[in-house]
Design a protein around this ligand. Structure first.
Ligand code: PEP
Ligand code: MG
Length: 324
C-alpha cells in the first residue's frame, strides 16, 4: 500500500471514471507549508492562524501577522490559500487572554470572540488584506459561525479594513469569504448560508463533536466520537446536496477528508474539494485514483442508511482491501 504512494506524487487526483478532485492541505506551522509544497497539493484549504497567537506572550501585531500570511500566500500563489480567522477559545486558550468558562466548547470561541473584539479582528483582517496585495490568492474562512448575521458583520469589517488601507495608500482586494460548517445549526439553514457565503468549508471535527454531543478531546467518551456515524454522514450529504443546488464551492477540512474511508464517502457525496493534514495527502490521492466515483456514491448511499459507525467502517474496510 505505502509503496504505491510515492508513485502518485506527481499524478493528478482523478478517479478511474474521470472525476477530478481538488486536494488541499491543512496547515498551521511554516514546516507544514514546506511539506505540503513537496507533496504537491492544489493549495491550502485551511490555514489555522492560531499558532503564532498561542506561542507568543501577547497578540501579534499587524506587521508581524502580515509578514507571516504573506509568506504563506507567496509560496502557493497562484493556488488558493484559505486563511481562517482566529479560532481561540474552546480547547485553545491564550495565556495573555484568559477565559474562564464552565463549557468552553459552547462558549466564547472563534468568530464570537473576534466579533466582540473588533480591534483584535480588524488587525487580523488588515494583515490578511495587506498580505494579499499583488498576489490575489487569499480566501478568508470564518470559524464557529452559528448565525447568518455574523457573515454580514465580517463583510462590514472587511470593507472598513479595505477603506482604512486605501487611506494609507494600500490598494487591497476583498477576497472570497467562506464559512465553516461546523455548528449543527448551520445545517438547518444551509440554503441561507449558500446564499450569503462565497464558499463553504465543512469542519467534520467540530461538526461530529457538536452533533454527537461528544467532547472531541475527552478520552472517557472517545469511543463515542466517530466521524463515520451515520448521523454525521447524513448531515454531510445534506450540505453537499445544498452546495450543488446553489453552485457553491464546498470543501471538507476535518479529519474525515484525510481518512481513506471518509474520503471515499465524501467523493460519493459529490464533494469536489478535500483538505487534510499534509501527512494524508498522498494516501488520499492514491484512494481517489483507485475508487470510481460511481462506486463511492453507492457506498455513501448505503452508509447513511446504516445503524452504526462500526457497520460503515466494516463496509469501507472491505472496499479498501479490494483496491489494495
Ligand atoms: C474542524 O472543526 O473540523 C476543523 C477543521 O477545525 P479545527 O479542527 O481547527 O477546529
Ligand atoms: Mg473546528
Amino acid at each position: 500500500f505505502t509503496e504505491g504512494l510515492e508513485a502518485v506524487r506527481d499524478e493528478p487526483a482523478i478517479s478511474p471514471d474521470g472525476r477530478n478532485l481538488a486536494l488541499y492541505a491543512n496547515t498551521g506551522l511554516i514546516s507544514d507549508i514546506n511539506l505540503s509544497l513537496a507533496a504537491g497539493c492544489d493549495g491550502i484549504g485551511l490555514h489555522r492562524t492560531e499558532f503564532p497567537f498561542l506561542i507568543r506572550d501577547r497578540f501579534p501585531g499587524e506587521e508581524e501577522q502580515a509578514d507571516l500570511y504573506r509568506r504563506v500566500l507567496e509560496q502557493f500563489a497562484p493556488k488558493p490559500v484559505t486563511l481562517r480567522t482566529l479560532d481561540v477559545g474552546g480547547d485553545k486558550s491564550l495565556a495573555y487572554f484568559p477565559i474562564e468558562e464552565e463549557n468552553p466548547f459552547l462558549g466564547w470561541r472563534g468568530i464570537r470572540l473576534t466579533l466582540d473584539h473588533p480591534e483584535i479582528f480588524l488587525t487580523q483582517l488588515r494583515a490578511m488584506l495587506r498580505a494579499d496585495v499583488g498576489l490575489g490568492n487569499l480566501q478568508i474562512l470564518l470559524p464557529m459561525v452559528s448565525r447568518l448575521e455574523e457573515i454580514a458583520d465580517v463583510r462590514r469589517l472587511l470593507l472598513r479594513a479595505r477603506q482604512e488601507l486605501a487611506e494609507e495608500g494600500i490598494q487591497a482586494r476583498i477576497p472570497p469569504l467562506g464559512v465553516m460548517i461546523e455548528v449543527p445549526a448551520t445545517i438547518y439553514q444551509i440554503d441561507r448560508y449558500c446564499d450569503q457565503a462565497d464558499f463553504l468549508s465543512l469542519g467534520s471535527n467540530d461538526l461530529t463533536q457538536y452533533l454527537l454531543a461528544v467532547d472531541r478531546n475527552n478520552s472517557r467518551v472517545a469511543g463515542l466520537y466517530d466521524e463515520l456515524h451515520p448521523a454525521v454522514l447524513g448531515a454531510v450529504q445534506h450540505v453537499a446536496q445544498a452546495a450543488r443546488r446553489h453552485g457553491k464551492r464546498l470543501t471538507v477540512c476535518g479529519g474525515m477528508a484525510g481518512d481513506p474511508a471518509g474520503a471515499i464517502l465524501l467523493m460519493g457525496f459529490g464533494i469536489e474539494g478535500l483538505s487534510m493534514s499534509v501527512s494524508s495527502l498522498l494516501r488520499i490521492k492514491w484512494v481517489v485514483r483507485r475508487v470510481p466515483v460511481r462506486r463511492a456514491a453507492e457506498l455513501a448511499n448505503r452508509a447513511v442508511e446504516m445503524d452504526s459507525p462500526e457497520e460503515v467502517r466494516r463496509m469501507l474496510r472491505r472496499t479498501l482491501e479490494e483496491y489494495e
